[in-house]
Design a protein around this ligand. Structure first.
Ligand code: SF4
Length: 174
């Protein structure tokens, strides 16, 4: 897997101060995408043990609330394989940090309904995530007033609660 960027300080993609990883590769090609160069799976640099170590170091500060993974598309199959070694380490070494992930795939229909059945990587990845912000960016539904999202079709979903309850449970900032 390649990645486009790692931000040590990000306050735009989830609650609190976070570390963000922007992975490369996305097949959705949403009209009006903010990050077209990252559609290419070869864009950026290889994501290696060195980057994983750096992210762990950046996360390991009291003022950092958690990790956000976005792109590109983290749930492309090749990217799931690339992200898992990072998720394993974060969950083992820094279990108190929250993990958010942005995806253009729909959580209930495509991630749980299709990938979860097919791929063990999806099942493992899902087991580590606290929140998925799902849905493609829809230019005609662009809304600067919705927090952490580009368009108001996108949902902020509590992953473990949704699985336990068997229905989509939305994140509520309160
Ligand atoms: S899912 Fe995100 S990165 Fe991919 S095309 Fe849509 S807006 Fe761009």
């Amino acid at each position: 897997m390649n990645y486009a960027d790692i931000k040590r300080i990000d306050v735009a993609n989830g609650p609190g101060v976070r570390v963000s990883l922007f992975v490369s590769g996305c097949t959705h090609h949403c009209k009006g995408c903010f990050n077209e160069e990252a559609w290419d799976f070869q864009y950026g640099k290889p994501f290696t043990e060195t980057e994983i170590g750096l992210i762990i170091e950046y996360l390991n500060k009291d003022y950092i609330k958690g990790l956000t993974i976005l792109g590109g598309e983290p749930f492309e199959y090749a990217n799931q394989k690339g992200i898992l070694p990072l998720l394993r380490r974060v969950r083992k070494e820094l279990p108190e940090k929250s993990i958010w992930c942005f995806s253009g795939y729909l959580f209930d229909q495509q991630i749980l309904g299709e990938m979860y059945e097919k791929w063990e990587e999806t099942r493992e990845m899902i087991s580590y995530l606290d929140v998925i912000v799902d849905g493609k960016f829809e230019e005609e539904r662009k809304n600067l007033g919705v927090r952490f999202r580009g368009s108001d079709n996108q949902r902020i979903i509590l992953v473990q609660e949704s699985i336990e309850q068997g229905e989509v449970v939305l994140w509520d900032e309160a």
